[in-house]
Structures are given as structure tokens and as C-alpha cells.
Design a protein around this ligand. Sequence first.
Ligand SMILES: Cc1cc2nc3c(=O)[nH]c(=O)nc-3n(C[C@H](O)[C@H](O)[C@H](O)COP(=O)(O)O)c2cc1C
Length: 382
Amino acid sequence: MSLDRAASIDDLRARAKRRIPRFAFDLVDGGAEGERNMRRNTEAFEEVELVPRYMVDVSMIDTKAELFGQTFDLPFGQAPIGMLNAFWPEADLTLARLCKSENVPYVASSAASTTLEELAEAADGNGWFQLYVSGDHTVTEGLISRAEAAGYDVMMVTVDVPAAGKRDRDIRNQLSVPFKFTPEVMLQLAANPVWSLASLRHGKPNIANYADLLQSATSYADVQKTLITPGLTWHQLQQLRDRWKGIFLVKGILHPQDAIKCAELGADGIVISNHGGRQVAFGPPTIEALPAIAEAIDGKLKILLDSGVRRGADILRAKALGADFVLTGRALAYGVGAGGAKGAARAMEILKLELVRALGQLGATSFSSVAASEHSKIHQTH
Ligand SMILES: Cc1cc2nc3c(=O)[nH]c(=O)nc-3n(C[C@H](O)[C@H](O)[C@H](O)COP(=O)(O)O)c2cc1C
């Protein structure tokens, strides 16, 4: 199927699946354990019904969203994704440039396969920095100083990885560090020549911000120890808040009490996220966690939400239940996998057109006017 015939993000995903070797596709597409949480993320969005209101003149529709003093043209941005160049070469830069040209935020992951400095340049004022807190203080501090020097104003600290997620697909695919070219992998490479040649041209992707530190890594355990710590506490999060002069966001919140604590320590916002279902198979979908958090927070900080967003209407569902802004993780990534920069642009176009259409159909002239009391209804099927 050609890119312009792709009608949905799911169509782009299907196209990406045909072009990418299985081990690399699964790396992005997969979720924790049996993937229940990942499935529930999208199902739970579909269960939220919005009730249209008619006889409203919707000939002009405004999709802009104001956040932290900046006006974005659309109410969603790109969530941080590590190692995305393994999915498609130059995926990081492609998405950073797209976000700049569409005037939406791009979040550069600590674990990106492009350095935070290069991504800051590509996103050109629309870049935010996502921090993984390392067990080694000097590693964490090094990243924060670099992010400051690169000009990032927004830092998003991800807190939902006290232990790395167990992803059954990656285990079955025998993903390892350093990467092993098993006979099965060789077959997959041979079956996907476009991907293989493009990847060969761009070199083996790595976790660019830690390239020196990880040179001696011989296992995933080594990589994880450098990137994340099981010892992150509220005390340390407070120190990070005090250390960072700009906007401070906490990503990975699911419990109302944790959201309240983030407000108390002076965060500017939270991202309600379950890491796209990649961490905790037994956890709740984010759209279900949202109403209680929105009630507890009561406007004290900005609420962003991700995990499972595949349709423009999902962005409105999140807004109707109390979110201020949305992030998409895999949606635009599937676009890159489906067709490089053109595929990413197609994914953005699909989400944008769906969003505008859904606003009109809902009887809302702007994203900011979508209100819980007017439109939302939660249809509980379980
Ligand atoms: C391949 C992949 C890598 C990710 N890497 C990171 C990361 O480095 N840091 C982070 O905070 N979240 C990471 N996430 C989670 C995303 O930021 C986001 O929460 C998630 O993708 C949202 O779910 P969705 O993909 O269903 O939209 C990653 C997600 C995927 C799919």
C-alpha cells in the first residue's frame, strides 16, 4: 500500500512491519510480557465516548494549544523514544525536524540514538529533554549540564523504570548487547533489503549520549545500570527539581497521590504514562488513570498524557477527561518505518486531519474549548 493510501496509523504500522526485520520492528512495537497493558491502552481509548453537540458553527477550527508560555500549532508532541534509529535510519532527526516544521514539541530521549545536542539543533526551540536518572550521580549530572548547555528549557524526568521492562518479544528475538548476527537475524536482513542497505549506510545505531560509557558494556544489565536506577526516591526527585532552572516535568505517573507529590515538590507538569505498555503488564491504561488524577490535581499543574494514542479523537478524549496536552510515541515512529521522512509526515497529517474532523464533529471550535462536562462519557465494558 502506498503512503497516500494509508488511512490510519494502523495502516502505516502494517506497512512498516513489511519493511523492517522482525527483531527491529518488535523492539518498537512490543510491550511488557503478554502485552495486556499495551492492548488495553488502545482499547480503553475506544471505550471513551464523546457526545457531539450540533448547531455550532465549526467552519473555523483552532487546534492550537498553549503550554509553558509557548503556543504550539497542535495539542500533541513526540514522546521520547530510545534507540529509534534501529527501527529506521535517522528516525530521531526525522522526527525532530518534523516536530519543528509542524510547531509541536519533540522530546529527546536520554537513550536516543542521536546526541541531545544534535536533536536540540534539529528541533530548534521545540526540543524538550527527557532524563533517565542513572545510579551514578556523575552520569546524571553530566547529562543535565549538557542539556542546559544545549539550550533545552524543559526537562522531563522519567520515573517509571525502577526495573527494565520484561519484553517477551525481545527475549524470543534474542536481542543482546553487543548485537549478535545469528543465522535467523541474517535471514531477516536478507528478506528486508531496503532496511538492510539503509542501515548499512548509516552504521550501527547506538545510545549516542552514553556512547563512551557503554563501549565496554557486554550485557543488557551493564547498559541498564548506566541508564537507570532502582534507587530513585522523592528526595532525589526534589533535588533534581531544585537543580533544574527551567520547566520540570515528571513522566510515568499513574497514581493520584504521586501526582499530588509532584505538585508539592514544585513540578510544572506530569505525564500520565505507562511507557506505552512496555513496563508493567498488570497496570492500568492511562486514559483510565486520568480522571482521578485530574480531580486530585485540580489545575495545580499541567497534565500531559501518552500511551495508546492512535487516532486524532484520542487526543480529544484525553482533553475531555482532564488532560492539557498529549504525547504520541509509536504513532509517528510507525510513519518513519513506513516511509522515512515522507512516512512521518503522512502520520502527522493523518493525526492532524483526524483531530480537525473530530473537533468539528464534536461541535468544538477549538481544542481548548473541549470540556469534560460538555462532551465526555466513559463507557465501561469491564
Ligand atoms: C521503542 C520505544 C522506546 C522508548 N524509549 C523511551 C525512553 O527512552 N524514555 C522514555 O521516557 N520513554 C520511552 N518510551 C516511552 C514513550 O516515551 C511513550 O511513553 C510511549 O511510547 C507512549 O505510548 P505509545 O507508543 O502507545 O504512544 C519508549 C517507547 C518506545 C515504543
